[in-house]
Design a protein around this ligand. Structure first.
Ligand code: C5P
Length: 221
């Protein structure tokens, strides 16, 4: 096990969901708990990495030795991640909204008599992971997550190539004992010439195993 390669390295991790406001009281969110990303940040800091955790709205304490930046929306997460660069490693474990309301209503949206539906207009958010991987300050290793409900491996490979990542960690969501709200997970880690199955195991143990792979693939200083 390589426990030294991360010491002194700059690691940025994103975690949790994003909330996209519709009006002053409502938002579009998702079921990410943030546990996987927080476990990765905790494990990185424990190995001596200088770790920044950009966290969406979650109910989790800050891991020891981690610098935490709290955000709410995908746009805020994008700014906070970019501001945290340069780094040696970026691990995008957040479940970032793909779409956000085109406008945020200043007042609470009311139901009007006679209206039996509401059409929301959404626009695409910026892809944080792809922007980090394509940035001038590209970290040596860019790691993404792929939460999939089907065709896990093919979809994850497409993400690896499409977003120009070094590693992608795929997991099946919507099944018991893995994914969003669980303490446990199972990951299929894909890279260029790499295919490793990790778990099922606790997210804490998976974070350690994932960072072993990351440390091995980090270019020498
Ligand atoms: O394309 P998809 O959203 O399934 O990819 C998931 C990966 O991309 C995750 O690592 C997630 O953090 C990242 N992502 C991102 N910004 C977005 C959407 C996804 O960084 N707007």
């Amino acid at each position: 096990m390589n426990t030294d390669g991360l010491a002194g390295r700059r690691v940025v991790v994103s975690a949790g969901p994003t909330f996209e406001d519709l009006d002053p009281v409502r938002f579009l969110g998702n079921r990410s708990s943030g546990k996987m990303g927080f476990a990765i940040a905790a494990a990185a800091a424990a190995r001596g990495a200088r770790t920044t955790l950009v966290a969406g709205p979650v109910a989790l304490g800050t891991p020891e030795g981690v610098e935490r930046v709290d955000v709410r929306s995908a746009a805020q997460m994008h700014s906070a991640v970019m501001a945290a660069l340069p780094a040696d490693i970026f691990i995008g474990a957040a479940a970032v909204a793909d779409f956000t309301p085109a406008t945020v209503a200043a007042e609470k949206i009311k139901k009007r008599p006679g209206e039996d539906g509401l059409v929301l207009q959404l626009v695409r958010t910026a892809d944080i992971l792809a922007d980090v991987a394509g940035s001038e300050a590209r970290p040596a290793l860019v790691v993404g997550f792929a939460a999939e409900t089907g065709d896990v491996e093919a979809n994850a490979r497409a993400k690896l190539e499409g977003k120009r990542l070094d590693l992608v960690c795929a997991n099946r969501v919507g099944v018991e004992g893995s994914g969003f709200e669980s303490d446990d997970n199972a990951l299929l880690v894909l890279g260029h010439g790499l295919r490793v199955e990790l778990g099922p195991a606790s997210k804490t143990d998976l974070a350690v195993a994932l960072l072993d792979i990351v440390a091995q693939r980090l270019p020498a200083r």
